[in-house]
Write a protein that binds this ligand. Sequence first.
Ligand code: MIG
Length: 647
Amino acid sequence: MVTQYLFGVPVETFAVTAEVPKGTELPYFSQEKGMTFTCALGAEDIVYGLGETMRGINKRGGRYISFNYDDHNHRDDMPSMYGAHNFIVVDGEQTFGAFFDTPAKVVFDVDSDGSGQLSVACESSDLRLYIVEGRGAYDIVRQFLGIIGRSFLPPLWAFGYGQSRWGYKTAREVSRVADKYREAGIPLDYICLDIDYMDRYIDFTVNRRRFPKMAEYTAGMLERGLHLVPIVDAGVKIEPGNAVYEEGVQNGYFCKNRDGRDFQAEVWPGMTHFPDFMQEKARAWFGGHYQFYTGLGLEGFWNDMNEPAIFSTEYRKKDAPPDADRGDPDQPDRHIADFKDFFHRLDDGRHISNYKVHNLYGAMMTRASGEGLSKLLDRRYLLFSRSSYIGAHRYGGIWTGDNASTWKMLRQNVYHMPSLNMCGFLYSGADTGGFGGNASRELLLRWLAVSVFTPLMRNHSAIGTRKQECYRFRNTEDFKTIISLRYRLLPYLYSEYMKAALRQDMLIRPLAFDYPDDKKAREIEDQLMIGESIMIAPILEPGVKGRIVYLPEPMTEVRYNREGFTCMDVGAGERTAMAPLNTVVFYIRQGRLVPVGEPVSNTAEMDLLDVELLGSGTVYEQYVDDGYTKACSLERCVLQRREQAEG
Ligand code: MIG
């Protein structure tokens, strides 16, 4: 049961799409000190949720601030990342979910001082609070997913493997990446174009010298089974003659400064204006401009810098001293002052500083692009954004930003996935191999073995770091093996994604959600459930050849290497699983099945129905379609039966 509590006059966030009955008496919480909600936690209570935040799946012991930031130094104590996902689930003595629907700053103190207190401080007293009651954490999450609307449905090719790097400068360089992958026989479905494809970092342009004949180039790539995925930044370059700039100025589509003029901030293109994505008309206008790309045959995009990220503003120079707030743990960045310097016009006529609706900016950019692309294309599009708010999951996915080539970040990727799923973001993933720093061969292989199971599987790295394309490492055969597992599992992974999205359910879950009565399973954070059949127990440490795995029930242990799949039934309890770098071990639940396909070099070659069934079950309900139709429904499921004789 979900109940809504209304405080003040909240800004419309579009997060919740269902009609939710209003309540008068607030259970669990005592509301103190303005809009601070507090609740005493039991000693063993687990607190789930908060999507894109640091630390483990159980958020207990930490302090988290919803205030979207571009900070590439992902430390454990970093309070804010790029998204605001204000949904928590308390599981224990009291079991309930709470969604704090407000676009302003929210501070979640989840028993950070060990006193057993959960406190949620909302900076704005205008908000909607949704309380979800149910039969345990998983049921509560499903009810929550039920009120925020269906997840974005990407095309099949978006589930392929993608290569990206900040620094690809020319069509020639991009073609070389494609050639090298095909030569090495490593499957690949798309290559991302970072900011250098643009003309001086201006959105909706292509640098004609470095990417001549873009439409032909895109078509040629598509013939090789490769999609190009350009980046789009939030800021619009101030430059007479730039049509997007001129239209924005004329129509009042940009955010304003204190004097009512269009606000100026420096980002990659130099001085820019920020589109006022809070206005419906500005969204339609910006989204419509994706026609520039769709006209070139492009169908996939990543939206960046939409927290929004700022280098300097008309009020604050780049090298200005840090403001007085620095050192205050709740004001973790000097840019916080910048967000008070520009204003949105809401569709109800109110003017409001970005600071007060800050967490919606990236979400509304995603919405603008998603709605634009839905109109422009007769098929599904790929879109993932850096910044987000709950609700944006209906228009696109997210990636978890500028991580680094460290084992800690790999582990964080594992922790992020179920938390993001709880907040609606099914299509997500990390920069595989790490963005900052230099990836070792071992780290990249282990990371790929995790990314095989995340919907977005993209290798991305920063300019100036060690080049991280798989073919640059010794013995590319090993990379081919791991990535080919992804493709062989696609009949299952695609089916499970679509079923989860259509049922408004989670795809990636903590073990505790499937085995709520198993005390040990409840504590495990480095193993995950992927869809209805698979459990993974990835290797997240350097220099080890195996790990201890906990099985809450007897399962089929599947070992995949260059020879293919080997299955073995194993009992419940702890066991040691050895996995050399070129091998992935995963588990299939008792009585369940996993359909696997033949190896292919990209999704265009796949026949989703040509499968072999692994596991001890008898029937699997497989979602199948052409991979791009917009008309997706559970009616597209077919039953795959295991032959009696085989079983
Ligand atoms: O200021 O476009 O998170 O993925 O490669 C950095 C360059 C801007 C940040 C993104 C990253 C991307 C980079 N961008």
